[in-house]
Ligand binder design. Sequence first.
Ligand SMILES: Nc1ncnc2c1ncn2[C@@H]1O[C@H](COP(=O)(O)OP(=O)(O)OP(=O)(O)O)[C@@H](O)[C@H]1O
Length: 246
Amino acid sequence: MSTLLEVSGVSVSFDGFKAINNLAFQIGPAELRAVIGPNGAGKTTFMDIITGKTKPDEGRVLWGEKSTSLLSMNESRIAQAGVGRKFQRPTVFEDQTVAENLMLALKNDRSPFAVLGFRPKQSDHDKVADIASQIGLLSSLERKSGELSHGQKQWLEIGMLLSQDPKLLLVDEPAAGMSPAEREHTTELLVEAAKTRAVVVVEHDMEFVRRLNCRVTVLHEGSVLAEGSLDHVTSDERVIEVYLGR
Ligand SMILES: Nc1ncnc2c1ncn2[C@@H]1O[C@H](COP(=O)(O)OP(=O)(O)OP(=O)(O)O)[C@@H](O)[C@H]1O
């Protein structure tokens, strides 16, 4: 299997505390992966390293067919290279419609000035409709985003990221605060997205992780403690110890 992202030997310390410790992680170009781990395991720092927000003290982060190092790139270049990140709280433009939010994201320029002189082509409208259908918001295109439910706002933001066609999508706790029906739709959305790109989902909710039905990486104290199917990792004695404190 080819590799899209390869992290190896990565460590980072904050004031002498090793938040990431000799971390190794690989993901393929069309793969869904769940990353779990107790509080403070290093999940957020791991994503910060991939997106360039935090630079590690040592190690390698290689990207794409040419194994380009992401470490020499700043955050915006890493985003341009195809890394999209969805934070926990949705950050859509509440006064704009769903269609307008998607159109803005499509143009990859969120400044209102860029929109003033912008005349969307038919192909842009088609792409917006296509993404709205993927995220289940086709019938809500003309609604103001502020009127959407929490779950719908999360989907809209995922759609805004998808419209930029990232090769790797990092998603932080997508199921938090969602109703059971919304969680189910989110699962489908992420599984579908991972058919054509790599998707890494950081999640605490094990039921949600089970439904993703994908390979799971367990982080603990900044390293990979276990990796494999959810059944495999949850039957690992060390994982049980970390989660249950035994
Ligand atoms: N900028 C920072 N300065 C100092 N310590 C930090 C910084 N960022 C993270 N840490 C510490 O590094 C460790 C890993 O934190 P991180 O947020 O990556 O864990 P996490 O797995 O995402 O946790 P949670 O599930 O609670 O979000 C924690 O002990 C945290 O306090």
